[in-house]
Design a protein. Structure first.
Length: 280
């Protein structure tokens, strides 16, 4: 795995070089060594790719071995880093071990040993961290067949077309997407309605009180991106101060779209009018 310091934006290849999956040990290794994360776009790009790699395995639960040697996380992106790393741990980690090979870390571990400041998951080298994880029993569960959270009736009335304004309005308000099955069920419904029209629309999306759980985000991002590419002339979302708004803004930085989030429906409609004017 690479340990080179960087100043340019992270590429997909550079991130992949820092992720190693060890199926036999049920370990995913993340290498931040020598890496400086400058902004939240870097953070989100890194964690987006980790989530994608995990989804590709088909197995949600892993041990995580993380190398922080000579890494730096700038203050500007610390919020994004802590939020995304916690979300990854909560959704996918059976246990985690971190290590830092610097002399400073080795001295800190020695000073803290046996005190209330001792961190049992922090080590001075890879071998000790790896042995620690291997000593933990796997708590992987049998493969889950998700039980849907919604019925078709839950979606009725949540998609409507304002034909005179070229707008499709989608109401995600107060829905909680627990997993990929929930995402697919809703987007299957939305796509069927769009296909029946045979045309593109401006999307007006209500996220008031919506919750997208960490286990659903990868699928949610993929389905939303596909629907927008196929059917949207532009999308505007509104969500007054929700957790979902925060997550959308963070993930937009690494996924190549403008979040276009407003506080109210009226403000969102005004933004669509601006987009129409910009399009000529």
């Amino acid at each position: 795995m690479t340990t080179d310091t960087r100043t340019a934006p992270l590429t997909r290849a550079a991130i992949d070089a820092r992720i190693a999956v060890h199926p036999r040990d049920q370990i995913v290794e993340l290498d931040f060594a020598g890496l400086r994360l400058h902004d939240s776009a870097d953070v989100n790009a890194f964690y987006d790719r980790v989530e994608e790699r995990l989804a590709e395995t088909g197995e949600p639960w892993w041990f995580f071995l993380v190398n922080y040697s000579d890494s730096r996380i700038d203050n500007e992106c610390w919020f994004a880093f802590s939020r995304r790393s916690k979300a990854l741990h909560d959704s996918h980690a059976m246990h985690s071990a971190r290590y830092d090979t610097s002399p400073e870390n080795r001295r800190q571990i020695a000073r803290d040993r046996g005190t209330e400041r001792e961190d049992p998951d922090l080590f001075a080298d890879r071998e000790a961290a790896l042995a620690f994880l291997r000593a933990h029993p796997s708590t992987r569960r049998p493969r889950i067949v998700h039980t849907p959270s919604f019925t078709r009736e839950d979606f009725e009335g949540r998609v409507r077309f304002l034909e005179d304004e070229d707008i499709m309005e989608v109401d995600f308000s107060h829905l909680a997407f627990q997993h990929s099955r929930d995402v697919d069920d809703f987007y299957d419904y939305v796509e069927a309605r769009l296909e029946a029209t045979g045309r593109r629309w401006y999307f007006l999306v209500n996220y008031d009180g919506t919750r997208i759980m960490d286990a659903a985000w990868v699928r949610y991002a993929a389905r939303g991106k596909a629907v927008n590419a196929a059917w949207s002339m532009g999308s505007v979302r509104y969500a007054p101060g929700s957790e979902t708004e925060t997550d959308i803004r963070l993930r937009a930085q690494s996924q190549g779209f403008r979040p276009n989030i407003r506080n109210t429906r009226a403000e969102a409609l005004d933004r669509i009018a601006e987009m129409k004017a910009e399009a000529g």
